[in-house]
Design a protein around this ligand. Structure first.
Ligand code: CTP
Ligand code: CA
Length: 222
């Protein structure tokens, strides 16, 4: 009976998330992108809504339906994603970077379609801003959660990223375990160490992530 009166885990919280890939234009019909279905980010956004949060989901191109109850902002490039995140951050308690943001973009996108020739073509790329690191470095930063999908040495890379970006929490997984599929196997990293979550559908993994996040948020006095 008491369970009915328990407040939801993220009641009264505002959560901003990024999800999906970004797409960096080369010309009007071509671009470079990352492999990301968006499923984990969307599942997490949905879990945050279910936990009572006000949710803004800044999404790259995924083709997925918007999570019910979330406010979705569609973007394409990393620069657009960064702008949308900064615009959504006011009043946010939590920021979760799930997006597979392209680390580079073409220095210049051609206005017109590039025509082929038999000569070699060199594309100059310039680094994109690190959205998560920028948010985490802000003076009154929200509680920031990162993701890291690695192909090897998960513990070392994940914990390295968590420290480099000064994140209280990071979700790590091996790409072979999660990419594109409906299941995922992740490990949560925080100041107390590593917390493996058993392999499960992304919707269930999302729920576990929300539970851990809510616990840390409360502990941190936020
Ligand atoms: N991230 C971001 N903006 C970027 C790059 C990454 O917000 N330009 C976020 C991702 O959403 C994720 C975390 O940073 O939460 C880690 O992303 P990842 O690509 O794994 O790490 P990088 O720092 O980009 O390092 P690398 O790609 O070299 O492994
Ligand atoms: Ca990257």
């Amino acid at each position: 009976v008491l369970a009915f009166f328990q407040p939801k885990l993220l009641a009264g919280r505002k959560v901003v998330l990024t999800a999906g890939p970004t797409f960096e234009a080369i010309d009007p019909v071509r671009g470079i992108t990352n492999t990301s279905s968006g499923k984990m980010g969307y599942a997490l956004a949905q879990a945050c809504v279910r936990a009572g949060a006000e949710v803004v989901l800044v999404s790259g191109p995924t083709g997925l339906p918007a999570p019910l109850g979330a406010d979705r902002v569609d973007v394409r490039s990393a620069l657009q994603m960064r702008n949308a995140v900064m615009a959504a951050l006011s009043g946010a308690d939590v920021f979760i970077g799930v997006a597979a943001v392209a680390d580079y973009r073409p220095l210049e996108a051609a206005e017109h379609k590039v025509k082929k020739s038999s000569a070699e073509l060199t594309l100059t790329l310039t680094p994109n801003p690190d959205i998560l690191a920028e948010v985490a470095a802000r003076p009154a930063a929200p509680f920031c959660v990162g993701f890291a999908a690695e192909s090897r040495d998960l513990d070392a890379y994940a914990e390295g990223k968590r420290r480099a970006k000064r994140l209280p929490m990071l979700v790590g997984n091996l790409v072979q375990d999660g990419l594109g599929g409906d299941d995922n196997q992740v490990i949560l990293y925080d100041d107390a160490g590593r917390h493996p979550i058993e392999r499960a559908p992304k919707t269930e993994v999302a729920q576990k992530i929300v539970e851990h996040l809510a616990k840390l948020l409360t502990m941190s006095g936020n």
